[in-house]
Write a protein that binds this ligand. Structure first.
Ligand SMILES: CC(C)(COP(=O)(O)OP(=O)(O)OC[C@H]1O[C@@H](n2cnc3c(N)ncnc32)[C@H](O)[C@@H]1OP(=O)(O)O)[C@@H](O)C(=O)NCCC(=O)NCCS
Length: 186
């Protein structure tokens, strides 16, 4: 059972802790600093076994377009494959859908002969309904491609939203207290 909540203070600290715990995935110091800094402008969800613990985080960029971006996602390695990442994605989907966004998307790494570390990451997203939309060649520099994965957000009726939050174990749904906002594209 995972408790997912929004964190508004100390966002950079939690982002730094998670990135540090996942050196195989987060290898570039400069990029890591950018991810950490960017959390100030983003919505940070944290998951733990209770409302004080932070085992995993997801930073969501809610811009003015119709897609909400998963800008940072990480779960402490000793807790992998225990549903924490799924709980975070489900909560992000509910939060973004509730605010009128139509898609969740993420920039990740495509299959490569150099590193297999992101194979599990892609399987994780695919299992949650993300499609591999396109490969952006040289996106992160020469020879460093990006895979854009996208999921269409369902328009859940209120009763289904409650059920979904119940399934992920969020005792406080992240959208609690959040103002409902109609997205300009809808
Ligand atoms: C990707 C990540 C967030 C997944 O978090 P998690 O809590 O381990 O994921 P879950 O337990 O919710 O996994 C749900 C399902 O996804 C799939 N999955 C997750 N990790 C997988 C892996 N390494 N290999 C294959 N499938 C995987 C499985 O189907 C899994 O269900 P199962 O364990 O019952 O088989 C976590 O592995 C992580 O922190 N990775 C490093 C950082 C990263 O890749 N961030 C994203 C950058 S774009």
């Amino acid at each position: 059972m995972w408790v997912v909540r929004e964190i508004t203070r100390g966002k950079a600290k939690f982002a730094r802790q998670l990135i540090k715990a996942l050196p195989q995935w987060f290898v570039h110091d400069k990029a890591n600093e950018r991810y950490i800094r960017a959390t100030h402008e983003q919505t940070l969800l944290a998951a733990g076994r209770d409302s004080d613990e932070v085992i995993g985080i997801l930073s969501l960029r809610l811009g003015s377009e119709s897609g909400a971006e998963i800008a940072l996602l990480g779960v402490t390695p000793t807790y992998h494959r225990q549903g924490c990442g799924t709980a975070l994605i489900n909560s992000a989907e509910i939060m973004a859908g509730d605010r009128g966004y139509r898609y969740l998307f993420v920039e990740t790494l495509p299959a490569s002969e150099v590193s297999t570390v992101y194979d599990g990451t892609r399987k994780f997203y695919a299992g949650l309904g993300f499609d591999s939309l396109t490969r952006l060649v040289d996106y992160w520099g020469k020879g460093k491609d990006c895979l854009l994965m996208l999921k269409s957000i369902e328009a859940y009726p209120v009763s289904d939203k409650r059920r979904l939050v119940g399934v992920v174990g969020a005792s406080r749904s992240p959208q609690t207290g959040a103002k409902r906002r109609k997205h300009p594209s809808r």
